[in-house]
Design a protein around this ligand. Structure first.
Ligand SMILES: [Ca+2]
Ligand SMILES: [Ca+2]
Ligand SMILES: [Ca+2]
Length: 534
């Protein structure tokens, strides 16, 4: 039976950071069937949605809905509150049990379904003193102001155990498959993984993707972070047996080793355990491995290669934002902001691509045994980010989410499709399918797209303009009231003119001049506008 070892140790013996070594084991498990953890939908409201047969011989067209509904209202005595003519042909109404019975017997009625309550998804304000790790921010699971509530389902952490009394975690003792005693963490790796999924939003430490989610510690790796397949199968067996009772719908496996060969569900006991647990409704997230190689090349990396799991590659991100402007991550050299992590395994075949997704896995801060915190890197850190997103998709705050009722295979494809829909070259990473590097790492998971909850950005308001200098010291006074008056003055003007006339004297008389003064009087008219203000 192969030994499950950290992929990093296998790939890069020179790397001495034990934190990275322990990353080889990635265990992030969400417990099985969701229904056990949720209250039953309230069917006692008396409100129903009735859909007419839309396709059969008795099909009711949109134009007939009003008349058909009116006929039944008259016969049975109910009153429809809504009528539907397009997406559904039918109506909604408060109905008695007898009405429901009668409508269910009605050949033209295809469906009588209880009208269940829904609740708006609301973000939770971030508690003062809480720090949002970069990976949580990068997936838009939380920002400096808001985050998500706890998942409605529980998550199993198949790992080195979890610090059961860490104040930032709601960790329950699940199963110790390595030795005796509780599944308390004697390594640190499992506690770190647990905090990425569900560290509380309680005002100290860090906040997880799905804060306060119930976590079940399943210890399958020893204090060195090593284990055997038999340990892993023991953990998966416990998850499968307890999923329904404990509401476990997600399980994380931040661990890996080399398989003997490619297998079907029936050909390999570890593969069979994963297939059976998945069929019981548990979604498994698995770390892609830290060897920087193709997980699908023989011999395959397992459980990353199993087609039934959601395999998570690692992205480097230093600032919790897209845009590659965060600078190099501080805890590890050689990595670039918003680029695939150099150590991350990847895929090269379509069948392997089909269950791959990416998440932050470099310099991730999370919980540590003894009530502390630590910063680690690895695909082990990437996988629990996605486990948290899947847990939120199952539902939060006790309600049902968009993944409730989906099979694990459907959940995996939904979360991958959400990531693809959200991706652009501006918000993705170097190495994703929009900016490929010749290898497949998948799209970056998106809590925003998968849960449908966009956190408010709370952008700071634009800075206020500096106050205008006070006007010159003139005392304030009321605006003057002004009137304009037209003044007309007339005056006489005397014009004098000397007129010289030549006088001619006949018969030798001398010539002479005669001067005459002519006077004329003119009247001048002056118009003036006089403006007067008071
Ligand atoms: Ca402890
Ligand atoms: Ca916290
Ligand atoms: Ca970044």
């Amino acid at each position: 039976m192969p030994i499950i070892r950290t992929t990093l140790a296998r790939a890069c013996p020179a790397v001495v950071a034990w934190a990275l070594l322990s990353l080889a084991l990635v265990a992030l498990a969400l417990p099985g069937t969701a229904r056990a953890g949720k209250p039953a939908a309230d069917q006692g409201t008396g409100r129903y949605i009735v859909a007419y047969d839309a396709t059969g011989a008795d099909a009711v067209t949109g134009g007939e809905v009003a008349a058909e509904t009116e006929r039944r209202e008259a016969t049975l005595g109910f009153e429809a509150r809504h009528e539907y003519k397009r997406a559904v042909k039918g109506f909604a109404a408060r109905l008695s049990d007898a009405d429901v019975e009668a409508l269910r017997r009605d050949p033209e009625v295809a469906l009588v379904a209880p009208d269940l309550e829904v609740r708006a998804l609301a973000a939770t304000p971030l508690a003062a003193g809480e720090a949002v790790p970069t990976g949580v921010a990068r997936l838009e699971a939380a920002n400096a102001h808001e985050g998500h509530g706890s998942s409605s389902v529980a998550v199993a952490i198949l790992d080195t155990g979890v610090d059961l009394d860490h104040p930032d975690l709601t960790a329950h003792d699940g199963k110790n498959c390595v030795g005796s005693g509780t599944a308390d963490d004697d390594n640190g790796h499992g506690t770190h993984v647990a905090g990425v999924v569900g560290a509380h939003n309680q005002g100290s430490g860090v906040v997880g993707v799905a804060p306060g989610t119930r976590l079940y510690a399943v210890k399958v790796l020893d204090s060195d972070g090593d284990g055997l397949w038999s340990n892993i199968i023991c953990g998966i067996d416990w998850v499968t047996a307890n999923a329904a009772a404990l509401g476990i719908r997600v399980a994380n496996m931040s661990l890996g080793g080399l398989g003997e060969d490619f297998s079907t569900c029936a050909q390999d006991p570890l593969h069979q355990a994963v297939c059976t647990s998945t069929a019981a409704g548990v979604v498994y997230t698995a770390a892609a491995g830290n060897s920087g190689w193709n997980w699908g090349a023989p011999p395959p990396d397992v459980p990353a290669w199993f087609p039934e799991v959601l395999t998570v590659t690692a992205v480097a991100d230093s600032d919790g934002r897209p845009g590659a402007a965060g600078g190099a991550p501080g805890c590890r050299s050689g990595e670039v902001d918003d680029k695939r992590a150099t150590f991350s395994n990847f895929s090269r075949a379509a069948a392997d691509d089909a269950h791959a997704i990416a998440a932050p896995g470099v310099c991730i801060r999370s919980t540590w045994p003894g009530g502390g915190y630590a910063t680690l890197s690895g695909t082990s850190m990437a996988a629990p980010h996605v486990a948290g997103v899947v847990a939120l998709c199952m539902g939060e705050g006790g309600g049902a989410g968009p993944c409730a009722g989906l099979s694990p295979a459907q959940v995996i494809q939904k979360v991958r499709a959400d990531a693809q829909v959200q991706a652009t070259t501006a918000n993705g990473f170097m190495g994703d399918p929009l900016q490929p590097l010749g290898r497949y790492y998948g799209y970056l998971a998106s809590a925003r797209a998968t849960t449908g909850l966009a956190l408010r950005s709370h952008e700071p308001p634009p800075p206020a303009p500096p106050p205008a200098p006070p006007p010159a010291a003139a005392p304030a006074k009321p605006a003057p009231t002004c009137t304009t008056r037209r003044v007309v003055r007339r005056h006489r003007h005397v014009v004098k003119r000397r007129v010289v006339k030549r006088r001619v004297v006949k018969r030798g008389a001398r010539r002479g001049k005669r001067v005459r003064i002519v006077r004329k009087v003119r009247i001048h008219r002056h118009v003036r506008r006089v403006r007067a203000c008071r």
